[in-house]
Design a binder for this molecule. Structure first.
Ligand code: ATP
Ligand code: MG
Length: 327
C-alpha cells in the first residue's frame, strides 16, 4: 500500500457558545491516497464543510480546532503557523467552494487572478503565466478564453465563474483539491458538465480530491471511496461500489433510500429518514443516530459505537446491516 497523501487523525472542532465548547467534529480520522477521490457525504449540518475548513485552516472564531493531527505528504499541517498555512493553501491544496464568488476577487480580471496565483507558487515569467492561464481557461471548456482572461468575474455566468474557480484551484498543480459542494449553486443543466470537468481534470492532472457533497448520486459518479458523516462523527467508510452495494450502517442505508432512484417500473422513489440530524449541543448520548434508527437497542443509547472493520468497510454501529445490505 502507498503512503497516504493526507492523513487526518482524531480531528476535533468545537464551537464556543455561552462559555461552553460544543462539539462540531468529534475525533474524525480518514486518509486520502495520492490521486484518490474521497467523497464526504452526510445530511446538512453533519460537519462536512467543517472538516474541509479545518484541514486548510479556514476556521474562524467561534469555531476552533481543539485536537487531532493533519499530515500532508509527511508534513504536519496542524503545527504550521497561519503564515506557513497560507503557502500550503493554493500551492499544495487547492479548493473549490459552492459559491464561486468566495474564491474570486470581484475587482481583478480573471487573467490577473490566474497569473498571480501561478506566479506566487510556480517559477514562471509573466508571459509563461499568461500562456498557461489561457491554456487552463481552454481546458475548463470556457468559450473564447482570451475574452474570459480579460473579463471581470461579474461579466461571467455562474457556471463560467465556477469553471474559472476550478482552473484557479488546479493552476498551481496542487497534490490535493478540496471541493465543497462544487455544483450545488449551479443550474441543474450545468451541474453534470461541471462534474465531468472535475473528473477529466482529476484524471489528467492526477491530483487527489476531497469531494464534499450531500448528494450520493454525485459520489457514485466521482468517488473512489466514501466517508459518511453524521452529527460531527465519521460513521462509515468503504470503497464506493461496496458502500452503495452493501452499506453496513443504518444511516448510510437511510441516505441511499433518501436519494431519488427509479424502481423496477422506472418510477422515481424516495424514502426520507424519519426525524432530523441533532443540532449542536443536542447530540444524544451513545450513538448519535439512535433516535432515528429502527435497529437501536439499549446499548446504542448508552455508549458511542467505535468504528470497527467489517467486510472491507469501517462502520460505527453495534448492529450493522449484513453484507448484502439485508437487515
Ligand atoms: N459559524 C458558525 N456558527 C454556528 N454554528 C456553525 C458555524 N459553522 C458551522 N456551524 C454548525 O456546525 C455544524 C456543522 O456544519 P457544517 O457546515 O460542517 O455542515 P455540513 O455537513 O457542511 O452541512 P451542509 O450540507 O448544509 O453544507 C452545523 O450544526 C452548523 O450549524
Ligand atoms: Mg457544507
Amino acid at each position: 500500500m502507498t503512503d497516504p497523501l493526507l492523513q487526518v487523525r482524531d480531528l476535533s472542532v468545537v464551537l464556543a457558545r455561552d462559555g461552553a465548547d460544543l462539539p462540531v467534529l468529534d475525533r474524525v480520522s480518514f486518509d486520502i491516497a495520492p490521486g484518490e477521490v474521497l467523497g464526504i457525504v452526510g445530511e446538512s449540518g453533519a460537519g462536512k464543510s467543517m472538516a474541509g475548513a479545518a484541514i486548510i485552516d479556514l476556521l474562524a472564531p467561534p469555531l476552533r480546532r481543539c485536537g487531532g493531527t493533519i499530515t500532508l505528504g509527511g508534513e504536519r499541517l496542524d503545527l504550521l503557523t497561519r503564515r506557513q498555512m497560507r503557502r500550503v493553501r493554493g500551492k499544495r491544496i487547492g479548493f473549490v467552494f459552492q459559491d464561486p464568488m468566495t474564491s474570486l476577487n470581484p475587482v481583478l480580471t480573471i487573467g490577473r487572478q490566474l497569473t498571480d496565483t501561478m506566479r506566487r507558487h510556480l517559477p514562471l515569467s509573466r508571459s509563461e503565466a499568461h500562456e498557461r492561464a489561457i491554456s487552463w481557461l481552454t481546458r475548463t471548456g470556457l468559450p473564447n478564453p482570451a475574452r474570459v482572461f480579460a473579463a471581470a468575474p461579474h461579466e461571467l455566468s455562474g457556471g463560467q465563474r465556477q469553471r474559472v474557480v476550478i482552473a484557479l484551484a488546479l493552476c498551481a498543480e496542487p497534490d490535493l483539491v478540496i471541493a465543497d459542494e462544487p455544483t450545488t449553486a449551479l443550474d441543474v443543466s450545468v451541474q453534470a458538465h461541471m462534474l465531468q470537468l472535475l473528473r477529466d481534470l482529476h484524471e489528467e492532472t492526477g491530483t487527489a480530491m476531497m469531494l464534499i457533497t450531500h448528494d450520493l448520486g454525485v459520489i457514485a459518479k466521482m468517488a473512489d471511496r466514501v466517508a459518511v458523516f453524521y452529527a460531527g462523527r465519521l460513521i462509515e467508510t468503504a470503497r464506493t461500489e461496496s458502500l452503495i452495494a452493501a452499506p453496513l450502517h443504518p444511516y448510510t442505508a437511510g441516505l441511499m433510500q433518501a436519494t431519488p432512484a427509479p424502481d423496477a417500473e422506472g418510477v422515481m422513489r424516495v424514502k426520507a429518514i424519519p426525524g432530523s440530524m441533532p443540532g449542536l449541543g443536542a447530540i444524544p448520548p451513545g450513538c448519535a443516530f439512535h433516535p432515528r434508527c429502527d435497529r437501536s437497542r439499549d446499548i446504542c443509547r448508552e455508549s458511542p459505537p467505535p468504528l470497527a472493520r467489517a467486510g472491507g468497510h469501517e462502520a460505527a454501529c453495534y448492529f450493522p446491516l449484513q453484507q448484502g445490505g439485508n437487515p
